[in-house]
Design a protein around this ligand. Structure first.
Ligand SMILES: C[S@@+](CC[C@H](N)C(=O)[O-])C[C@H]1O[C@@H](n2cnc3c(N)ncnc32)[C@H](O)[C@@H]1O
Length: 353
């Protein structure tokens, strides 16, 4: 896919569902060689449209005063900004700040950490608790800033029942389509760690601003949630380890207390592995030498072999599949259970078990 196609694809797919402003901007970039040249001029590969969009937003959040920032704030308040206006101001910003954009593009890569995914991961973790009696040793692989490791400190409202401390400073709402997850508490978590090849330090204001910059302008609720989740995380930060999901996971699993049941969580991580990486990841879990449960909240393709079900009717665009894979620890094939369809950012769950 060439650069123009990549921006057009982004406009017609990811952005068209979630962000009207980014849909209009990326459509305009795809058709404008001048705007495209800022990406092709970068000496590093910054071809993912989210890099340019994020860098521009980062510079605005960093203090550059430009009408584009006001338009993004209005979009965040629910206003529909006319296409010509948002594209015109984006172009004006790029012309005025070309060198700063190019400098930022050298190091920035799209990065997210969506704590609302904890509401679907928690439904999976509650299922693990019904199958294993020991306290949980939790490893969040591809943890980003580690926010989902606070899973048992969040108040989660599934509509027909709630779990977690009701007075939590992070309140999540996860609507249930048809059936919701069974009414079950989380098992106690006695040990936890996050693994990421690029863990985000939320004590670093620059890193936090980049996480904020990667959120679509319309998603003001996600910005608020991110801030609340970082504050909660910082009151008692879980341990994060820099390393690779395949190469470094065995050593971390070996550290988990022997009298705990090991649970691995992934959300929108394994999807980005190639075919070899996906089967390699399963192999690592198979060879753990102890029982392991994998709670997978990923693109449906990750657990395709479990998905012979009718996909939910929703106008929310694409969505995730929640699955639970239980490895006995003796290298035998795992038990694979499909649990639910769910929204990519945890806004709803459609329980299937
Ligand atoms: C889309 S983010 C999802 C973050 C988080 N799980 C969430 O749901 O918000 C993917 C994360 O996986 C990490 N990642 C991707 N490939 C990895 C690998 N091979 N080893 C470790 N981390 C990886 C990235 O650095 C990034 O932080």
């Amino acid at each position: 896919m060439d650069l123009a196609e990549s921006f057009r694809f982004y406009s017609e797919n990811s952005a068209s569902t979630y962000s009207r402003t980014y849909r209009d901007i990326t459509r305009a970039i795809a058709d404008d060689p001048d705007l495209l040249s800022i990406v092709s001029d970068s000496p590093v590969d910054a071809s993912h449209p989210g890099v340019l969009l994020g860098v521009v937003r980062f510079l605005l959040l960093d203090g550059i005063d430009h009408p584009l920032g006001h338009l993004y704030r209005r979009a965040g308040a629910g206003e529909e900004i006319p296409s010509g206006e948002i594209v015109g101001e984006f172009r004006s910003f790029v012309e005025a700040h070309r060198n700063q954009i190019l400098e930022q593009m050298l190091t920035r890569r799209v990065q997210t950490n969506e704590v609302a995914r904890a509401s679907v991961l928690a439904a999976g973790l509650a299922e693990v608790g019904t199958r294993h009696n020991e306290p949980i040793a939790l490893i969040d692989v591809g943890t980003s800033a580690g926010l989902n490791l606070t899973i048992d400190r969040l108040a989660i409202d599934y509509g027909h029942h709630r779990i977690g401390p009701t007075d939590s400073t992070v309140q999540l709402r996860c609507d249930t389509l048809a059936d919701g997850p069974p009414q079950r508490p989380l098992p106690p978590i006695g040990w936890r760690v996050g693994l990421d090849r690029n863990p985000i330090d939320v004590g670093d204001p620059d890193a936090v601003r980049w996480l904020q910059a990667c959120i679509w302008p319309e998603h003001a609720d996600r910005q608020e949630r991110l801030t609340a989740a970082i504050d909660l995380f910082n009151t008692d930060p879980p341990r994060l380890v820099a390393g690779d999901a395949l190469a470094d996971l065995p050593a971390l699993m070996a550290e988990a207390p022997a009298d705990h049941h090991l649970a691995i969580m992934t959300s929108w991580v394994v999807f980005y592995f190639d075919t070899e990486g996906r089967s390699g990841f399963e192999e690592v879990l198979c060879q753990a030498g102890r029982p392991v449960s994998w709670i997978s909240a990923e693109h449906p393709s990750v657990v395709r072999r479990l998905v012979g079900k009718t996909e939910p009717q929703t106008d929310e665009g694409d969505f995730s599949a929640l699955a639970l894979l239980d490895y006995a620890g003796d290298a035998s094939h795992p038990t694979r259970e499909f649990l639910a369809w769910c929204h990519n950012h945890g806004a709803w769950i459609d329980w299937q078990l």
